[in-house]
Ligand binder design. Sequence first.
Ligand SMILES: Cc1ncc(COP(=O)(O)O)c(C=O)c1O
Length: 404
Amino acid sequence: MSQTPTRADFDHYMVPNYAPQKAVPVRGEGSRLWDQEGREYIDFAGGIAVNGLGHCHPVLVEALTAQANRLWHLSNVYTNEPALKLARSLVERTFADKVYLCSSGGEANEAALKLARRWAHDHHGEHKHRIVSFSQSFHGRTFFTVSVGGQPKYSQGFGPVPGGIVHGQYNDLDSVRNLIDDDTCAVMVEPMQGEGGIIPADPAFLQGLRDLCDAFDALLIFDEVQTGAGRTGSLYAYQQYGVTPDILTSAKSLGGGFPVGAMLTTDRVAPAMAIGTHGSTYGGNPLASAVALAAVEFIDTPEVLEGVKRRHDLFREHLEAINRQHGVFREIRGMGLLIGAEMAPEYEGRAKDILPLALEEGLMALIAGPNVLRMAPSLVIPEADIAEGMARLERAVARLVAGQ
Ligand SMILES: Cc1ncc(COP(=O)(O)O)c(C=O)c1O
């Protein structure tokens, strides 16, 4: 084997559950990346809405290296200062009274679902265990979260799925009225569906879910793994909607690239997660907590959050200009810096064909399902990088239209 690993090594050594692009990035700075050949890319993908402050942001590098020289890991047999500071910071900035820390979005959702079931079990009895979620939703890849998620392809072929889970239609309150009852322990929803196609919730839909949960004493869970940590222009999207959940999950941009997850809840609900009910060796790890604390403190400022909204407008203007020229999009939508461009009928299902063309032009982007081009860049991406990235996207779209 040669000293420098190559993309071919992936197929040789890794289980085949991913199909990574040909380029192997080796270095990043801000919203730019370089691959093994020294080719440069502008990053509109942000590691799937994770690199909230771009690559190697000095504030996060400083937090990580300072902590790396102090203390790496203890387990939850001991608590630690970074975890306590992170929990306090999240409580002070949100509706929450209590925080559970873990290492990913799927884990945060797994904790949220187990907490909801346990809370309902303790307060109402065994019968109250039903979970309502939504078609096309995505909540992670653990077996519980793929079962609650609304994309059957992720749970099929793995044997019997956990019972007591039903799916309504997103933004359709009547579909929930038909499903919710006294046996429902929780409704889990993304305030904007991410993987499902960048679909913001109607404000009346989220308020209606809140009212239905109150009427049936069910817990409202907001999955803000993708929308959280500043992504939509407020620290969490619920703060813009003015609808408060009982449980909220956060990950992705929370760690800016360091694996971390958090489940936030209230004093009414938290006691159900009593000693021994749940846990994780790495939850509240000092390194992860130190980075997440730095990320939250940096992001939750008017300067950064207003900058997200300003950049949203810029993305929209550029995408509309590309569309005026090429007519490839049916709709441009999203909140903050989670933006989707749905393909026009003539290009149905072809969002994925833009990605390799964009990469050849030096731009990393994403899709959300086959029909939506998705962008989730750094919250502080320089305006010059937006302009240059859009010029590259325009060239990729022109090539799609020309059939190249
Ligand atoms: C809304 C939402 N929830 C949960 C997850 C799962 O997070 P993770 O991949 O960190 O487990 C994702 C990941 O895309 C997500 O978008």
